[in-house]
Design a protein. Structure first.
Length: 474
């Protein structure tokens, strides 16, 4: 072989090796398609720092008068709700027109929204389909409307609008009733970069809407988008979620990707108490269950002292109710994050608190796989537990009875599925720990004496039940 030919062969071998190394380095996108195929990553560009907006009118036109309208739980889901939306147009007088569905539109009341100017980052024109577009800072508006004095167990119809201007289409939600029986849906980690990524979430959301029907509210456990400040990714998420979230209130949990940016898309708490809105941690009661929402997307190494103090006070005040903690980062798992210093720190904080205040469940995302622990105590020791298989509406459910806390990770509802192996750590008392073949979602029912989880995985454009377990409530 001549020296020239030898050099050509070496160059080809080096190029092949580089391509193989790149494929190995990007395993998180290997299972983006619900059918098990591959969603190719779009062309990448280097992330750019925000630049001045060259054409604000074009941005306002592209994102519309109402960029994303959300309905979240207020202080009391029986009598309050909060409506939020964004606009890239100049500030206007916004409002929500609302009426009881059974009474008709003639009974509508108008509630004025609070408007706040906020800088929103969007891809520069022409780069919407890129994975890492250059972002442009645009002056936007956040509209927040606090609805109070609502009736329990009542369906309301509402529209958002501007004085003398446009109105949205009709939407609806239902307040919590007096019954201890209700249902909700759990999702986590829907994050993606482009529309092709969020198509995976849309498939899961659409199939789930058809299967689950009329549930009461949706809990998103964080990492809604990949880059929290990218306003376009939020629009992609909301567009994809529409069929599942239409007519539902949403409980949002801040993740490490969306961070504080989730607080611009949802409104928590009450107008006279902005602590929940600013801090990202809050709580609410639905039926006989007290939900405590934590913020692990604040950059702290573990829970900040102020949040930990609030957590203990909140749980202590919920005496007599079943207690569930919702948090993005999972304090107790055996997946790839379980040795992270911040997770170790949270484990040392959450486990003792959960035992002290009798927490039944800690529900998380962050680790893109399915996990549920055995019931454990504050020292991570397995505690006595009896189990039985009970047929509920034609499904065999593993029912648990224990005084310990179960730690549950819902898996990723988006295109990013972990490919690395589960670390079966001897010190972790787990019941199930599995990498999944597609995006996952859980449908949960609760009543006065039990809570039941039905987890489904989306493969080949259909939902397959992966697990069904429940806990008898104390």
């Amino acid at each position: 072989m001549s020296r020239k030919n030898l050099i050509i062969v070496l160059v080809v071998l080096i190029a092949v090796a580089a391509i193989v190394a790149l494929a190995v380095a990007l395993p998180q996108f290997a299972k983006c398609s619900p059918s098990g195929g591959t969603t190719p990553s779009p062309t990448e560009t280097e992330p750019g720092s925000p630049t001045p907006d060259p054409n604000p009118e074009e941005y306002a036109k592209r994102f519309g008068d109402f960029s994303a309208i959300t309905c979240t739980i207020g202080d009391d889901p029986k009598t309050t709700a909060n409506i939020t939306w964004q606009s890239l147009a100049a500030a206007q007088t916004g409002y929500v027109r609302i009426y009881e569905k059974s009474a008709g539109s003639a009974s509508a009341a108008v509630v004025t929204a609070n408007v706040f100017s906020e800088t929103l980052s969007v891809p520069v024109l022409g780069q919407y389909d890129l994975k890492n577009p250059e972002l442009s800072d645009v002056k936007g508006q956040i509209y927040r409307c606090y609805l109070t004095g609502l009736k329990p167990g009542t369906e309301y119809v509402y529209v958002a609008g501007y004085e003398g201007g446009a109105e949205s289409g009709e939407m609806s939600f239902k307040t919590a009733g007096e019954s201890d029986s209700f249902s909700f849906v759990l999702v986590a980690d829907t994050q993606g970069f482009t529309k092709r990524n969020f198509d995976v979430w849309e498939t899961l959301a659409t199939l789930s809407a058809e299967k689950f029907g009329d549930f009461d509210f949706l809990i998103h456990l964080g990492d809604t988008v990949e880059e929290g400040k990218n306003h376009y990714q939020w629009q992609l998420y909301f567009n994809a979620a529409e069929k599942l979230t239409f007519g539902k209130q949403v409980v949002d949990v801040a993740g490490n990707r969306d961070k504080k940016h989730t607080l611009l898309r949802y409104t928590n708490g009450a107008a006279e108490n902005r602590t929940a809105l600013v801090s990202g941690y809050y709580s609410f009661d639905w039926g006989n269950i007290h939900f405590t929402v934590l913020n692990t997307g604040d950059g702290e190494k573990g829970l900040a002292k102020s949040q930990l103090k609030w957590l203990e006070s909140d749980l202590a005040a919920a005496e007599g109710k079943t207690k569930i903690i919702l948090m993005h980062k999972a304090p107790y798992t055996n997946a790839n994050h379980y040795k992270d210093s911040e997770i170790v720190a949270m484990r040392g904080q959450i486990l003792p608190v959960a035992e002290t205040y009798g927490v039944t469940l800690v529900i998380s995302g962050h680790d893109h796989y399915y996990f549920r622990s055995k019931p454990i105590d504050g020292n991570a020791n397995a505690v006595p537990c009896t189990t039985e298989t009970v047929n509920i509406s034609g499904v065999d459910v593993e029912m648990l009875r224990s005084n310990g806390t179960v730690y549950f990770v819902n898996g990723s509802a988006g295109c990013k599925q972990h490919d690395n192996n589960v670390d079966v750590a001897a010190e972790i008392n787990y019941e199930r720990a599995s990498l999944l073949k597609g995006p996952s979602i859980s449908y949960v029912t609760a009543d006065s004496d039990k809570i039941v989880f039905y987890t489904y995985v989306c493969e080949d454009n259909k939902l397959t039940r992966f697990d069904a377990f429940g806990i008898y409530l104390k």
